[in-house]
Design a protein around this ligand. Structure first.
Ligand code: FE2
Length: 301
């Protein structure tokens, strides 16, 4: 199974000055089975930013692209409508018991807004057949309208638990915009609910964004006898990379013994991009495998 993980594209005023066509060429050359886009595809949740994100994603040659909302994508009352219109219009998870919903503004008040969708959450579950394997992808909406910090509605996790139980699958991968394990100063306050959910359903990996850093963590939960990994793949094409450059990650034979993880950093050089690939070895060491390091230090993780 080949996966590409991209995040924090930030169309709008935070978009980088690199050549997106060259970037797409490079992404398409990998021929991924799954592409995960873990949120913040816009800067201000504006319609033209969602449109630009759509246009970019539509040029990725992969039938299985899964995108989720980030905090920057949820700064408008129209965010959910724009997400449906430009990014994904599938079936969203309704909380089993509405009276137990605690998260702020999960529901919009139909009496005061004229939006089509009043459920202001984009949680969903998708099932993909990848080389004969049923891969379930659980996409969680950790964002709260008009906030940078995250919160996960527990009642929605309960509802998704029921979906998981009644849907045959071989493995589960999860997407959240806010990291579950490592946090920054805009953290996910209810990460405990999600780590319990990961242990309960033996979820093998969670892919996140938000921090604009690259981080790969393996957890061995002793009490639950469960090991899982969290991947954060930096920012792909935003200007807001303070500690590093733009990057994305690719995975070959994901979850297999011969798994290969590559971090691809990108240095715009006029109309061209200097791509620098770094392999993450099994022992956690990294090796520069192609490209010339431009400004910045490609081995600085
Ligand atoms: Fe974010």
């Amino acid at each position: 199974m080949k996966i590409i993980h991209i995040t924090d594209l930030h169309f709008g005023p935070y978009q980088w000055n690199g050549n997106n066509d060259k970037l797409l060429e490079r992404i398409n050359a990998f021929n991924a089975d799954l592409v995960f886009n873990t949120g913040d595809m816009t800067t201000d949740s504006l319609e033209d930013e969602f449109q630009q994100a759509h246009d970019f994603l539509a040029k990725i040659k992969c039938n299985n692209i899964v995108s989720i909302l980030g905090n920057h994508d949820k700064f408008s009352r129209r965010s959910h409508d724009f997400f449906r219109k430009y990014i994904y219009d599938g079936q969203f998870v309704e909380p089993k018991d509405r009276s137990k919903v605690k998260k702020r503004r999960v529901y919009m008040n139909k009496d005061v807004v004229t939006l089509e969708g009043y459920l202001y959450e984009a949680n969903f579950v998708r099932l993909f057949d990848i080389k004969g394997k049923k891969v379930m992808v659980v996409a969680l909406d950790t964002c709260v309208m008009h906030q940078h910090t995250g919160f996960m509605e527990e009642e929605i996790l309960h509802t998704i638990s029921d979906i998981i139980k009644r849907t045959p699958h071989d493995c589960i991968l999860m997407l959240t915009h806010h990291p579950v394990l490592s946090t920054d100063n805009e953290p996910l306050y209810s990460s405990k609910h999600i780590t319990s959910f990961i242990n309960k359903h033996k979820i093998g990996a969670v892919f996140c964004g938000h921090t604009h850093d690259v981080a790969m963590i393996k957890v061995n939960d002793i009490l639950h006898n469960h090991t899982y990994r969290q991947f954060i793949c930096g920012s792909m094409s935003g200007r807001t990379t303070v500690h590093d450059v733009n990057m994305y990650c690719s995975y070959e034979n994901f979850g297999e013994e011969d798994e290969k993880i590559i971090i691809t950093r990108m240095y715009p050089e006029g109309e061209d991009i200097n791509f620098v690939d770094t392999a993450v070895e099994k022992d956690g060491s990294i090796a520069n495998i192609s490209g010339n390091v431009g400004q910045g230090n490609a081995s600085d993780l």
